[in-house]
Design a protein around this ligand. Sequence first.
Ligand code: TA6
Length: 287
Amino acid sequence: MNPPNSDSLFTITPGAGDLPKLTLVAPDGAQAEIYLHGAHVTSWIPAGGQERLFLSRASRFRADAPIRGGIPIVFPQFAMLGSLPQHGFVRVMPWEFVEVKKAGTGASAIFRLRDTKESRALWANAFLAELTLAIDGNQLAVTLAILNTGTEPFAFTAAFHTYLAVTDLAATVVETLTGVRYLDKAAGGIENRQTSPQMGFSGEVDQVYFDAPAELHLIEPNRTTRIRSEGFPDAVLWNPAAVKCAAVSDLVPDDYQRFVCVEAGVIGTPINLAPGTRWQGTQTLLA
Ligand code: TA6
């Protein structure tokens, strides 16, 4: 049997809300789905495995709203750390599909977004953002690259706001954050240092860890997901718990039991990008 060529690795079809969705299938059977709206990964099934991303059944799939779940791209502002809308604007913009490539047993897809009249009305800077999604065996890697295409420097914060599916929240912990300084947003924005070797989710968790280790472990009763980052010095853990979850209109009230966000971010010290220069960061999930 001939190995599939790049033409047979993907399809683009109307997804939910008729928004275009690319389905990527690697030669080894690993699969991912990504909407051009926000270059938003909504599904990842490792080769021979099961769905590993959470996607809300109540998600809006509309051009003016972010998708709830999957891997939202946060740029050029994390959360409300500036005057832009929460988490910036690229998650609600239509990205351009560039290409799909086969790489050994895996496959990758590239998407781009340039500044537009709408983006410049919010944020005056000229940029080219590129998202590369790569799947291979038990791995998914997302890389965000930002090029300053203008004549002035600009500063930004960014993150992959990754929603990992969990089946037993009460028995789920994150490891390798011991000793790391964090901002506890759920406790009203106080700074703290993680003392526990295992961070659990018995209530609301909204924590920004500064200079976090390059590998975190999400440990569930029957599986562990390793989460690596390069170029993103910070990490965020988020789970809204019952009360806040019920108040989020595009989450089902008990959805908080189905996900933990483990985010790779550049948050504490913004990136300053000179004209003509490029920054990139990668988050890799290993099932
Ligand atoms: O990254 C965690 C966080 O900033 C939380 O504070 C919470 O608001 C979450 O993101 C979700 O934000 P969103 O704008 O997608 O509702």
